[in-house]
Every structure is written in C-alpha cells, then in structure tokens.
Ligand binder design. Structure first.
Ligand SMILES: [Zn+2]
Length: 274
C-alpha cells in the first residue's frame, strides 16, 4: 500500500492507494500554521489505518529541493512549513521511500495518465490558480529539466513594455497576467466575481499565447488547463481559442481541454511516481 499527500497553501490532502495507484479514503484538512510533520503523520495514520506503507509520494508547491525531497521557501505556505525535510522525516518514521515533486508536475502526470490526457503521448498541463504552473509529460514521464521548469513565469509582456510586476520579482509573466490574485489586482474584482467581457478577453488572450508557446516548444498531443480560474472557462475560452488560431502558423492545433480530474489530481500524479 502507498501513501500520498498534497500540500497546498490553504489545504492538505492525504490518501492511500493499492497497486493501481488510484487514491482512496482521502483525508482533507486546512493547512495549519504550526507543526507540519505532526499533522502530516496524523493524516497518514488516519488513511492507512494501521497498515504499513511501501512508499509515500508528496506533491508540494514550488520551488522545492527535489534531491533532498524537502520544501524550500515557497511563497504560499505558512513560515513553519518552509524548509521541512519531508523525505528524511517521513521516510524515517514510516521506513519507506518518499518521493517529493512539484504540484503542477504532479497534476500534469495525473491528467496525462488518468484524466484529460489519458492515452496520449505528449501532454502539456497548465494550472491556473493562486499561482500558475506547468508540467510536461512525455510517454508517462515528467520532463523536469536541469532544476525545474517554470511555465508560469514565461514572460509575455516584458517590464520595458509596461508589463505588470510578478511575485517572482520579474514582470509580465503569465502568472502576473492570469492567476486568480493577478486577475483581482488587474481588474479590481475577484476572478469568480468578474463579469467584464473585455477583461476575460484579455485573460483568454494571454492564456492563448501560453498555449501557443507550449505547442511551439513541445508539439503536444493535447494542452490541458486546470485550477480555480478555469471555473470561468466559458468566459475566456472564445478569446483563448481565437488567439491560438491567429498565432499558430507552422503547426497543427492540438486539442485544448479543461482538466478532467477533480481536487485529487495532484495525488494521482504523485502516486504515479512511486
Ligand atoms: Zn514571474
């Protein structure tokens, strides 16, 4: 039996899985400000119900230390969670292998294997939520690069042309244009309450360029978008679609789909790493 954890800035998920790597008996909690290891062990113990674990997979917000399997200094988690050595601590306690991976990569792998990219070779996934991240999967394997890819920080509107500041210290990144907080900052209303056609056309345009760039770089069989902002899919889709048609010249347009798995997509992807 395998254990899986998804660490988010506001919520935690834990589940177990058998040989099919599909998460079951999930446990959900609010991310507490203190005692990260205590609460994670508590959740794992609740889902494993006394059974031993053959491996634990953990989805974490980036940036993180892949080699050590540790959190570093992600902007969205409480201070007590920073630099927690997850692999070392949980591996010692449960006496099993622990793998840690970026949550956007986990979501990409989950969607590629079990969701909207199932059965396809090359899958690009964008998560559009509090932050923006991307994951690339080729034939069931994540493309991780030398350290980490940062698809949410591809620059579409540089500072010298007036692009808005980004949380990463740069400007005009995809995340600075279409994440939930960026939409709220740019248009003065939270994304879920935004009902301005011109604003959504703008969001769709930037997402369309991000999709176009993904196609240029990876020639994927599908581009999948998920995350909270995609609850407004119908509002930005016409502009996204039109942008891809206008911008893409040399390549055929692949299907562009909304993510199919629910809240547990990071768990699906994490479990596939074991
Ligand atoms: Zn950025």
């Amino acid at each position: 039996m395998f254990g899986a954890i998804d660490i988010g800035g506001s919520k935690l998920l834990a589940a177990v899985a058998g040989a099919d790597r599909r998460p079951t008996s999930a446990e959900r909690r609010t991310t507490p400000p203190e005692d990260p290891l205590g609460v994670l062990c508590d959740m794992l113990d609740a889902v494993r119900g006394g059974r031993s674990l053959d491996g634990i997979a953990i989805a974490v917000p980036g940036p993180f230390d892949r080699e050590r399997g540790a959190l570093t200094d992600p902007p969205n988690v409480p201070p007590a969670w920073k630099r927690v050595a997850l692999a070392e601590e949980l591996g010692g306690r449960y006496r099993c292998r622990v793998v840690v991976e970026n949550d956007a990569n986990c979501a990409a792998l989950g969607e590629a294997l079990h969701g909207a990219g199932s059965g396809l070779d090359t899958v690009v996934y964008y998560t559009v939520s509090t932050g923006v991240g991307a994951g690339i999967v080729n034939r069931g394997r994540l493309l991780t690069g030398r350290h980490d890819t940062e698809g949410g920080h591809q620059v579409l509107w540089p500072a010298w042309l007036g692009g808005p500041a980004c949380r990463c210290g740069g400007a005009g990144c995809l995340e600075a244009l279409v994440s939930g907080p960026s939409i709220a900052r740019r248009f003065g209303v939270p994304a879920e309450a935004l009902d301005d056609a011109a604003a959504w056309e703008d969001v769709g345009r930037w997402l369309g360029l991000a999709v176009t760039n993904a196609v240029a770089l990876h020639d994927p069989d599908v581009v999948i978008l998920g995350g909270g902002v995609c609850n407004s899919w119908d509002k930005f889709w016409p502009s996204l679609s039109k942008t891809v048609d206008r911008a893409l010249r040399l390549q055929a347009r692949p299907p562009i789909r909304q993510a199919a798995l629910g809240d547990d997509r990071n768990l699906y992807g994490a479990l596939a790493l074991l």
